[in-house]
Every structure is written in structure tokens, then in C-alpha cells.
Design a protein around this ligand. Structure first.
Ligand code: PBG
Length: 323
């Protein structure tokens, strides 16, 4: 390669059309999934202080929001439920008439073209807020698997197109695959939150989902943030158990994990641009410290450049309007 002055990289940066021609990574609305929170009641839309622009909605208003997202071209949503009541065994997580199950039926009727993905976890449904069953202060693994599998199956029976287990119990992808296949649902994909780290960036989400653990924290099951090689082992095991898509979460502080997973695995990779990543930009933008649109697009492009195919983001609807 000849050096300066023959080579001048600024030549291709001079105009917007030149920059567009040589742009290596593009943001595509078709890659985005929009998280939604459904709560009991009717006519409820409860905006959240820590997550500007995002609200908990009762099924009727959830359907309006989902319809608008679909109209704007957002291909899919990720559903989280805030149940009427919580208990020790997360009964509403797998109840046939649970909040997510009812929302799925309503969405299937109102917005049939929209892809419905569900978050499969117990933490929004347990009285203690942990992602699994608890005995003597320990989060139990193997007995939790059966409840996760029941939850996933009940979502699919209510119309979920894909299920996304986010609990980080060992063996849950295999348990869910087995349960789905046992009921003739072998065509339903599993989007596994494979490398999910015990992160401070979930803060605003836990306010929305009312799922902060009542005691302790999630470090005995979610991953230790410094570990990259272990993240790849998590991905490898989920793939072996039948994951169709692997996910890294959060996204921006873990771009190296996304890139390493991209280099090693040929499955589609998803990344979750979580509540704290979104809230930081919103908060700074509200003070006039940065431009939200540019910061959001730059963040999402970075996640794609690292190697993600699918991005779960609270900006999905806004991106649809920006692009
Ligand atoms: C449930 C779950 C969480 C998130 C997605 N699924 C919270 C947690 O693990 O504490 C976080 C999403 C976000 O912060 O946007 N286990």
C-alpha cells in the first residue's frame, strides 16, 4: 500500500454520498426487536421515570402500542409481564390465563404480522424476585428447569413465535427444547440469553418489571462481568442444547464478547441494548449534553459492527422514525 501523499483516506469522506458508498455497517429496522411490558387492568399506561418513553401497559393499550410499532416497520416485540400476584413458585409465569399468555392471544388477533418473542424467566413472578426457586437462601437450579419449561410451553400455546430464556439456570435451553418438542412445537425457535452478565445496567428495568431481588443479588447465576472465555462456554453449551440464536447482554459494555462469539459461532447472534444503556443516553440528552438520535444510532451501529445480527432495543420505534 502506498502511503501519504498518494494515499489520502479523507478523499472518501468528503461528501455524504461518498461516505454512504463506503459505509461498512448499516442499521436495518428489520434487525430490531422492541421490548414491551404488560400489566393487569384496562386503560393503564404507566410511564416510568427511569425509562423515559417506555411504559407498562394493560393489554388493550399494549395492543395499540404493538400495532403502531408494526405499522412503523418494527418486525418483532419481546414481551415481559407484570403479574397480578407473586408467590414462591411463580405460578403466574406458567398459568394458562397469566398476564403474558393473555397478552399473546390479544396481540395475535390484533397484530398477526408482528413477531412475538417472550422473555422466559421467573423473577417477575416470584415473591422474592429471584429467577429460580429458592430454598434456604439458595437459588435452586434443577427444580427451576421444569417451571421454565412449563412457562415457555404456555407462552407458545398462547401464540409466542419464539421464546427467550433469560434466567441463566444451567440446562434450561435443553429443558425447554424437550418440553416444546414433546408437545409438537419443534418448529418454535429458542433465542437463548446465553452470555447474560450480572450487570448494574439492568437498574431501570427492575423498576419497570418490579423484579429486584428481595435479598442478595443475581451473581450466583448471572455471569461475572470480567469473564470472556466463560461467556463462550455458555454459548457453546446453549448451542449444544439446541439454541437457535445466542444472545449477549448487556451490549455496549460487552462488545468484545459479541465479537468473540461472532468469530467462533455461525449461529445468528443477538445483543440486548439494555435499560441502563438506553437510560444513560436519555438522561444526558434531556440535559442537552448529547444528541439522542446520533448517540442512539452510533450505539446500535457499534453493536452491529461488533457482530450482532439482531438487536433488542427500547429505541426500535424511534429508529423506525429516524431511518
Ligand atoms: C429477567 C430479565 C432482566 C432483563 C431482561 N430479562 C433483568 C434481570 O436479569 O435482572 C434486563 C433488561 C434490561 O435491563 O433492559 N431476568
Amino acid at each position: 500500500m502506498s502511503a501519504f501523499p498518494v494515499t489520502r483516506l479523507r478523499r472518501l469522506r468528503r461528501t455524504p454520498s461518498l461516505r454512504s458508498l463506503v459505509r461498512e455497517t448499516k442499521l436495518d429496522l428489520g434487525d430490531l426487536v422492541y421490548p414491551l411490558f404488560v400489566c393487569p387492568g384496562e386503560g393503564v399506561e404507566e410511564p416510568l421515570e427511569g425509562l423515559p418513553g417506555i411504559a407498562r401497559r394493560s393489554i388493550d393499550l399494549l395492543c395499540d402500542e404493538a400495532e403502531e410499532a408494526a405499522r412503523l416497520g418494527v418486525p418483532g416485540v419481546l414481551l415481559f409481564g407484570i403479574p397480578e400476584a407473586k408467590d414462591d413458585v411463580a405460578s403466574e409465569a406458567y398459568a394458562a390465563d397469566g398476564i403474558v399468555q393473555r397478552a399473546l392471544r390479544a396481540l395475535g388477533e390484533r397484530v398477526p404480522e408482528l413477531l412475538l418473542v417472550t422473555d422466559v424467566c421467573l423473577c417477575e413472578y416470584t415473591s422474592h424476585g429471584h429467577c429460580g426457586l429458592v430454598r434456604d437462601g439458595e437459588v435452586l437450579n434443577d427444580v427451576t428447569l421444569e417451571l421454565l419449561a412449563r412457562t415457555a410451553l404456555s407462552h407458545v400455546e398462547a401464540g409466542a413465535d419464539a421464546v427467550a430464556p433469560s434466567d441463566m439456570m444451567d440446562g434450561r435451553v435443553g429443558a425447554i427444547r424437550g418440553a416444546l418438542d414433546g408437545e409438537g412445537r419443534e418448529h418454535v425457535p429458542i433465542v437463548a440469553y446465553s452470555a447474560k452478565f450480572a450487570s448494574a445496567f439492568y437498574g431501570p428495568f427492575r423498576e419497570v418489571a418490579d423484579s429486584a431481588p428481595a435479598f442478595g443479588d443475581r451473581r450466583s447465576y448471572q455471569m461475572d462481568p470480567p469473564n470472556l472465555r466463560e461467556a463462550l462456554r455458555e454459548c457453546e453449551l446453549d448451542i449444544a442444547e439446541g439454541a437457535d440464536v445466542i444472545m449477549v447482554k448487556p451490549a455496549l459494555p460487552y462488545l468484545d464478547v459479541i465479537a468473540a462469539a461472532r468469530a467462533r459461532f455461525d449461529l445468528p447472534i443477538a445483543a440486548y441494548n439494555v435499560s441502563g444503556e438506553y437510560a444513560m443516553v436519555k438522561a444526558a440528552a434531556a440535559r442537552g449534553w448529547l444528541d439522542e438520535r446520533q448517540a442512539a444510532i452510533e450505539s446500535l451501529i457499534a453493536i452491529k459492527r461488533a457482530g450482532a445480527d439482531v438487536i433488542f432495543t427500547y429505541w426500535a420505534k424511534e429508529v423506525a422514525q429516524w431511518l
